[in-house]
Design a protein around this ligand. Structure first.
Ligand code: EPU
Length: 285
């Protein structure tokens, strides 16, 4: 999976499937269920850490044309799950469609941004979502309104359903002003985060009312290493993987950071990234 994730880490998946369209995806998920194989959807791989032992199931990548369509309809935009969020948000800003400027510098696919309710203090992706088309675990295609999606801080209630596309509501505004706001957000992130290095963005969720980055920093952990992985000296909530790093290095460092922050501040940090482990099936005795 190292080929498919921003971390460039992780072992092999049993299957990697790139469906042509929603119907083919539906057939696959129903079959996988019969075979008792877990299914995971990979967006652009920006928030995922795959273990060195890989993933013993089906990885789905929605990167075909059917999943990358964008349709503009009077203030609303419908975007496929496989659309790359950064160029998409930039394009919306340049068209004078306001609402996604704060997504500047957040690498994600539309599907991933919905599942994780990606965002920052200035806004969350769920804020602009009206409706999402999903494939349910039993193979039905349904439209779920925003209220059904249960958006919260870096979470949604998509559960075992797979996002196919989303309809977003954006506000018409002056294109130059919206683009300037987008660029300011991008610049702000570029100057405070290790953007060009191998990472999966922020590793931990912010505990209520606190900043995980600030806690890790104040615990003196910037620069701390585990093998070839280290806590970014630029932003302490990023774990960067140097060439030669393994997923175990990153996982070891996650534990180290958690232990230290618990010891110093009595705060339990929860991971924000999605960690994929092999999930070997227990043998039936
Ligand atoms: N801070 C430190 N030391 C650090 C890092 C941060 O003291 O090493 C302090 C900052 O000075 C600031 C506070 O902590 O006072 C918060 O930092 P920042 O503004 O960087 O925001 P964050 O809460 O750490 C969140 C998102 C980021 C998103 C930024 C946008 C989470 C977990 N993280 O970071 O999202 O880019 O806001 O401003 O919600 C991601 O999801 O992967 C991600 C990077």
């Amino acid at each position: 999976m190292s080929r498919w994730t921003w971390y460039r880490l992780g072992g092999r998946a049993r299957y990697l499937f790139r469906p042509r369209d929603a119907e083919q995806l539906a057939l696959l998920t129903v079959r996988a269920r019969h075979e008792n194989l877990p299914v995971k959807v990979l967006g652009c791989g920006a928030n995922v850490l795959v273990s060195d032992d890989g993933f013993d199931g089906v990885v789905v990548r929605l990167d075909g044309p059917a999943f990358r369509r964008v349709e503009h309809q009077e203030g609303r935009v419908c975007a496929g799950a496989g659309v790359d969020l950064m160029p998409f948000s930039r394009d919306c800003s340049e068209r004078g469609l306001s609402g996604l400027e704060f997504m500047a510098g957040i690498p994600a696919s539309i599907g991933g941004a919905i599942r994780m309710n990606a965002g920052g203090p200035q806004g969350e992706f769920g804020d602009v979502v009206c409706e999402v088309k999903v494939l349910t675990p039993d193979g039905a295609i349904e439209d779920w309104p925003k209220q059904r999606l249960g958006f919260g801080y870096r979470k949604s209630e998509i559960g075992d359903a797979i996002v196919l596309s989303a309809t977003l509501e954006l506000v018409e505004a002056d294109p130059q002003r919206v683009t300037k706001v987008y660029e300011d957000f991008f610049e702000q992130k570029r100057s405070s985060q290790p953007m060009g290095q191998q990472s999966a963005g922020c590793v931990f969720k912010n505990p209520p009312g606190q900043s995980a980055g600030a806690l890790i920093d104040r615990a003196g952990l910037k620069g701390t290493r585990c093998g070839e992985a280290y806590v970014s000296p630029q932003h302490a909530n990023f774990i960067v993987a140097d060439p030669g790093a393994t997923a175990s290095d990153v996982l070891g460092l996650i534990d180290k950071v958690r232990d230290r922050v618990r010891d110093v501040f009595d705060v339990e940090l929860d991971v924000e990234i999605d960690i994929w482990r092999p999930q070997r099936k227990a043998s039936l005795v």
